[in-house]
Design a protein around this ligand. Structure first.
Ligand code: ATP
Ligand code: MG
Length: 429
């Protein structure tokens, strides 16, 4: 026998028993985006490598060591998108969507990062991304947080996540702060790990984002950027927290929150949970006005977030809120040549007459007994039984597989009405 081939490490199949949870979550995401009047945008998975280098920043984990980059047959350097913000903005600039317009957009799909796979950290993972353009905030910053707050509530996990907020200020404010921070870390140079020593030269703020527990104390005592912000930035931040207070959305101000990407300014936030071990950030985002110019556009405003769907699903599972969705409501059993022909025909009639019914027809023959076993195993509520006997009388038998209700003999018309009522009840519950 030939050897079987396995999936790539860190890239997972979603098997049929898991898809109901995905579909349910995706439906809720779409609904919530719709209630705020956001439009979907669909983007390529592959972009020019240059796009990510220029936007995410050369000295970031993503660009330094996580990208799936390859040369295509023309010798162009291409990259599987590690995130969606750059591609979304690229598309909007390319199609002239940012001229005197505001946009509220969302996208959903796989991202690729060559990280060490572990629980909650994969090489292919799914993100919901939300990006808005043309609005200076802080009202739109608040709206994005309301969207997420509504989503957690709809999914029943509001009590599992906390909002952390910070302001990264403007570029000028960060230059001043950077100097102070470098002096602080230089005074503690012996306590820095190798990564951080390197970052001290290239991108010292990123040290605050360290994942190394040995560095946590040092980072906790570092000067806070919040103390170096000007009045305009502080007013922006105050506007945001006031809007959150008005709606009763609680938050913690975390002055060490810098985010892993280079392009943020002013508002940044993360939704974190302590239910998922060390991969505790479910959703993260912020304002990135300067990226528009960085990618060749005119000065503009931009703010958005990305949510890791695998971590979101893990949280729904931890909370025990996985919806119970059946693939099949009714399973049709056919025994005998006439019954097999009539069954296939009548199944199509049922699908026409009973919209929403999940009907599966047994294929491949078998005795009544073996077909009943299949009906039960698949979790159907009813078995619909056709033998040649029934068919010759224009009848069918219907048996409940989940209650003690007695088997009934029905005409085709009665069967249609019975199943219409059944589906109506299902959609009510
Ligand atoms: P982390 O600090 O966990 O590495 P990040 O700052 O790199 O996250 P972002 O680039 O902000 O993450 O992506 C937004 C969200 O996407 C994260 O909060 C997380 O939920 C999810 N995410 C990021 N990387 C991965 C991954 N490798 N596997 C699964 N989900 C991920
Ligand atoms: Mg990361």
């Amino acid at each position: 026998m030939a050897q079987t081939i396995q999936a790539i490490r860190g890239m997972h199949d979603v098997l049929p028993d898991q898809t109901p949870l995905w579909q349910y979550t995706e439906r809720v995401l779409r609904e919530v985006m719709g209630t705020y009047g956001y439009s979907e945008i669909r983007l390529p998975i592959v972009e020019k490598t240059e796009l990510f280098k220029r936007s995410i920043g050369e000295v970031t984990d993503i660009v330094e060591k996580e990208m799936y980059t390859f040369e295509d047959r023309n010798g162009d350097s291409l990259t599987l998108r590690p995130e969606g913000t750059a591609g979304c903005l690229r598309a909007c600039l390319e199609h002239g969507l940012l001229h005197n317009q505001v946009h509220r957009l969302w996208y959903y799909g796989p991202m690729y990062r060559h990280e060490r796979p572990q629980k909650g950290r994969y090489r292919q993972f799914i993100q919901l991304g939300v990006e808005t353009y043309g609005m200076a905030g802080p009202d739109i910053d608040a709206e994005l947080i309301f969207i997420m707050d509504r989503l957690w509530k709809k999914l029943g996990i509001r009590d599992k996540v906390c909002l952390q907020l910070n302001s990264l200020g403007t570029i000028d404010e960060r230059i001043v702060y950077r100097q102070v921070l470098v002096e602080y870390f230089q005074a503690h140079i012996d306590e820095l790990d190798e990564d951080s020593k390197r970052r001290l030269q290239t991108n010292p703020l990123r040290i605050l984002d360290t994942k190394n527990p040995a560095m946590f104390d040092l980072v906790a005592n570092a000067p806070a950027l919040m103390d170096y912000l000007g009045s305009e930035t502080l007013a922006h931040f105050k506007g945001l927290t006031t809007a959150l207070d008005d709606l009763g959305v609680s938050y913690t101000i975390n002055t060490r929150l810098v985010r892993g990407l280079d392009y943020y300014s002013k508002t940044v936030f993360e939704w974190v949970t302590d239910e998922l071990g060390s991969q505790g950030t479910v959703c993260a985002g912020g304002r990135y006005d300067s990226l528009v110019e960085q990618l060749g556009g005119k000065p503009n405003f931009a703010v958005g977030f990305a949510m890791g769907i695998e971590r979101l699903l893990a949280l729904i599972e931890v909370a025990g809120l996985v919806p119970d969705v059946k693939a099949v409501d009714v399973f049709m059993i056919r025994v005998g040549e006439t019954a097999e022909r009539e069954g296939l025909r009548f199944a199509e009639t049922l699908r026409n007459e009973v919209p929403g019914l999940k009907l599966q027809v047994n294929c491949g023959g078998g005795s009544f007994k073996s077909q009943f076993k299949k009906a039960d195993k698949i979790g159907a509520d009813y078995a619909l039984i056709l033998g040649d006997d029934e068919v010759s009388k224009g009848q069918l038998s219907l048996k409940s597989l989940r209650t003690d209700q007695e088997q009934q003999t029905l005409t085709q018309q009665e069967t249609i009405i019975f199943l219409q009522n059944y589906v109506a009840q299902l959609s009510e519950s």
